[in-house]
Design a protein around this ligand. Structure first.
Ligand code: URA
Length: 233
């Protein structure tokens, strides 16, 4: 169902770009020499659909064969804030959307606490298919998926990248340090053609559900993110 809808949406967007829908739906003059925001956004939507399709077509990751759905993303692809989690659980696998289970509910609360919600951020995962029985993804699985995640970040082109938990932080930072050491520090990273992307790792909401005493540190990190958003985005 979701796949059919996506295919339809891609076709529709291609059709709209082809017929130059701006001309039909708006009586504003069109500057043909400068790229305008809405055509950039359409292009981004198309590129993200292409990326979703290439993930759907890969055949070197067994996780895909055991999963019900590809869990690609949720939220606003034009947001300045991109959040990367670990990988889908049972609820996400069923619905084809990231963070819709208990950890997702806590993530929503964390976002709300700093005036954000799913329309104001864009969310994806390191691994887009549920690992069987919710086991941790292997290094091999992470390495297979990582180029797609990098491309995903490049296409969304956020100002701030928030890495949820150890798996996402280690995948981006290539460090053996634990999340307790890594979290809460701004780090400029290069991702694809993006140089100096401001990133921060924070505790994963699933970890906070298991260890609620760590919510105090998570709150400190969320405040840092809010301050950065207020000052620089
Ligand atoms: N945990 C994650 O890391 N991602 C999800 O999508 C859900 C739970």
């Amino acid at each position: 169902m979701a796949k059919k809808l996506n295919a339809k949406l891609t076709k529709l967007l291609k059709y709209y770009s082809l017929i130059n829908h701006n001309l039909i739906l708006s009586n504003k003059t069109i500057n043909r020499y400068k790229s305008n925001n809405s055509s950039n956004q359409n292009l981004k939507t198309l590129s993200l659909e292409k990326l979703r399709k290439s993930l759907r077509n890969i055949n070197n990751c067994d996780l895909k064969n055991n999963a019900t759905n590809l869990v690609f993303s949720d939220g606003n692809p034009n947001s300045r804030i991109m959040i990367i989690g670990e990988g889908p659980g049972a609820n996400e696998d069923k619905e084809g959307l990231p963070f819709v289970g208990r950890a997702g509910q806590l993530l929503d609360k964390m976002l709300n606490a700093i005036n954000l919600d799913r329309d104001k951020v864009y969310i994806a995962n390191i691994i887009p298919w549920r690992p069987p029985a919710n086991r941790k993804p292997t290094e091999e699985e992470i390495n297979i998926c990582l180029p797609f995640v990098h491309k995903h970040v490049e296409l969304v082109n956020p100002s701030i990248l928030v890495l949820l938990g150890a798996i996402a932080a280690k995948a981006f930072y290539k460090t053996d340090n634990g999340i307790t050491q890594i979290r809460g520090n701004w780090k400029n990273i290069s991702v694809g053609n993006i140089k100096n992307l401001k990133s921060i790792a924070i505790f994963h909401p699933a970890f906070l559900l298991r260890q609620p005493a760590r919510k105090r540190e998570a709150w400190e990190d969320l405040k840092k993110i809010k301050m950065e958003i207020d000052q620089n985005t």
